[in-house]
Design a protein around this ligand. Structure first.
Ligand SMILES: *Cc1c(COP(=O)(O)O)cnc(C)c1O
Length: 391
């Protein structure tokens, strides 16, 4: 049977919005506060509670939230922070913003998450923090990383942009690290358009994050050094305007009501991909660590020579030609020209570089249907047969 090309592009990720979301935003627009109002705290509490942390601090995006976390961890010039190269640029850029030095530790070849042994290998007397990333939604071995951090007096900032709703050893992501970052970009689990949050159990970090988000200012009578009157405010540190609006927070609150359903749907679609793709030779499926329960932000497959003669670029282009919105996550960060100019060289993390050679991200989002998964799989099969014919 001939496979008919679909009319529109199936994106790799997409937000899910419903009437309740639209109504929630309308209510804020009709109310008194569109920023710095009560929706912010309500959203912060909802996310913190869900993820098992005491405090939440909302930011205008996840990158700003990571910057805030590095500030709160007091990362400064010459401090080294260990992170993974297999991540979005923001996970290490946030260290550079603070004048610190990102140090890249290689990934495990099966889960693609940072290798705790490689973290140990990269420790120096200047190491101040670790930023592990739950790649594709699968949690890192956060218990082992917390143990290393405890032994060496490090702060752990978990980049959980991919893993809202995921669990490790039965406990939600957000309840493990010193600070945990979530992103609410439209391709992530819930969206506020742009948005991010740090959750933490530490009152100290919480207070630093609040100040950093708001120009380094405070009005808290317990924090100010003097008090000249009811108008009085103090800038005690150099902060930014990294605030989220109430419009976004209202959307976030409404989206949180659907989070468990979103995650459930993603898990169902990932299962379906696994069932159907496992029959095709030369396709490496995502491996799951026994203690990790992924919330499936991304579904990444890799292609070996068994798949046929086509290389990754040709497979990628063939899928795009069939209107399958594939993507590649990620180019190892230190291979970027900016990082190369800072002195990072090819070869630092061989596993991440090998991964990058043959990985492709397939579409996965809650609005996808089973037929969409079947279509993607049929396209891959067709390309595989084609690859065989020519080989
Ligand atoms: C999306 C993402 C971020 C940044 O989030 P934004 O909200 O887009 O700024 C950081 N780290 C990872 C791994 C991400 O995927």
């Amino acid at each position: 049977m001939e496979l008919k090309k679909r009319d529109n592009l199936l994106p790799y990720g997409k937000q899910w919005l419903d009437e309740a979301d639209i109504e929630a935003v309308h209510q804020v627009l009709r109310g008194d506060f569109i920023t710095q109002g009560p929706a912010i705290q309500a959203f912060e509490q909802k996310v913190a509670e869900y993820s098992g942390a005491k405090y939440g601090v909302a930011f205008c995006n996840g990158t700003a939230a990571l910057h805030g976390a590095c500030f709160a961890a007091q990362i400064g010039p010459r401090d080294e922070v260990i992170t993974t190269p297999l991540t979005f640029l923001a996970s290490s850029n946030c260290v550079l913003y603070q004048g610190g030095i990102p140090v890249f530790a290689d990934i495990l070849p099966d889960t693609y998450n940072i290798d705790p042994e490689q973290i140990k290998a990269k420790l120096t007397s200047s190491t101040k923090a670790v930023i592990p990333v739950d790649f594709s939604g699968q949690p890192v071995e956060i218990d082992r990383i917390m143990d290393i951090a405890k032994d060496h007096n490090l702060i752990v900032i978990q980049d959980a942009a991919h893993s809202l709703g995921a669990e490790y050893k039965g406990k939600k992501i957000g309840a493990w690290a010193d600070m945990t970052m979530f992103s609410f970009h439209p391709v992530k689990h819930i969206t506020t358009g742009e948005g991010g949050m740090i959750v933490t159990d530490s009152e100290l970090f919480y207070k630093r994050l609040l100040q950093f988000r708001n120009h380094g200012m405070t009005r808290d009578p317990e924090e100010v050094r003097s008090n000249e009157g009811p108008w009085y405010y103090e800038m005690q540190t150099l902060g930014y305007n990294y605030r989220m609006t109430d419009i976004q927070a209202a959307l976030g609150i409404s989206q949180m009501d659907k989070l468990d359903k979103f995650v459930e749907k993603r898990r169902m679609l990932a299962d379906l991909y696994e069932q159907k793709l496992s029959k095709i030779p030369g396709v490496i499926l995502p491996h799951q660590h026994k203690d990790a329960l992924s919330s499936w932000h991304l579904y990444v497959v890799r292609f070996t020579s068994e798949f046929g003669t086509l290389n990754r670029k040709e497979i990628f282009e063939a899928l795009r030609a069939m209107n399958v919105g594939v993507n590649v996550h990620y180019i190892p960060v230190y291979l970027q020209p900016y990082y190369r100019e800072l002195g990072y060289n090819k070869g630092i993390c061989p596993n991440a570089e090998a991964y990058y050679e043959n990985a492709i991200t397939l579409p996965l989002f809650p609005g996808m249907e089973e037929e969409d998964v079947e279509y993607v799989v049929e396209c891959i099969k067709k390309i595989s047969l084609h690859a065989r014919d020519e080989g």
